[in-house]
Design a protein around this ligand. Structure first.
Ligand code: PRP
Length: 203
């Protein structure tokens, strides 16, 4: 049996539609219910919704053979898994943003609010810049607006949230999209099946 972990939410729904269009259907997955585990006995496959940040945990530990995770989460968690394919869904960017009138003072410690402390640390470490990380859980745009931080390291998709809060991108960090990841030993033993799934959902 192949176990698949998909991220609960908008990105996961897009990825599930790629699976369904390729014939990997799990009835009820998109219905308005609270179920988390869905089985397709004919295909001998099982699919489950997990919190987006947790997909790499299920895959790394082998509870899921494969999973779909945003590149942001893979950069943040650096799981020991194979990243096998770009699913070409959920395109966005990781960027640094600040108030429109922000003026950086390079000699000062920069206060950085983010949900991605490792990505932010690595980015500023590469620039040799000393920072004070403030880890938050969403609505990051509030932090510079209210003076909690100087900048944010966050996901930008359309740019609307930044614009509506008088913020703008000041640095680009990485391009993001959904990636197909696999457990290393599952890939060793079920590699053929996994490659077949990838080629069919990538058509
Ligand atoms: C993400 C991100 C930004 C927003 C960017 O938040 O953190 O806030 O989307 O999208 P935009 O550029 O199209 O406006 P999300 O909606 O996932 O919620 P969160 O703030 O709770 O993380």
């Amino acid at each position: 049996m192949i176990n698949i972990a998909l991220p609960k939410g908008r990105l996961g729904e897009k990825v599930y539609k790629l699976f369904a269009a390729a014939g990997y259907e799990f009835p009820g997955m998109l219905d308005n219910n609270r179920r988390l585990v869905f089985e397709n006995e004919k295909l001998n496959m099982r699919c489950f919704w997990v919190k987006p940040f947790d997909v790499p945990v299920y895959v790394e530990r082998g509870t899921a053979d494969i999973g779909a995770a945003g590149k942001d989460i893979l950069l943040e968690r650096s799981p020991d898994v194979y990243e096998l394919a770009d699913l070409k869904a959920g395109f966005c960017r990781m960027a640094v943003a600040a108030k429109n009138d922000f003026i950086d003072e390079p000699e000062k410690i920069l206060r950085v609010a983010t949900e991605f402390p490792n990505i932010a640390q690595n980015y500023y470490f590469s620039l040799g810049r000393e920072i004070d990380i403030i880890t938050l859980r969403g609505s990051l745009e509030l932090a510079p607006v209210l003076g909690l931080s100087d900048v944010i390291v966050d996901i930008v998709e359309t740019g609307t949230t930044l614009r509506e809060n008088n913020l703008s991108v000041i640095n680009f960090i990485a391009d993001l999209s959904a990636r197909l990841i696999a457990n290393k030993s599952a890939y060793k033993f079920k590699g053929e099946e996994i490659n077949k799934i990838i080629s069919e959902i990538s058509k």
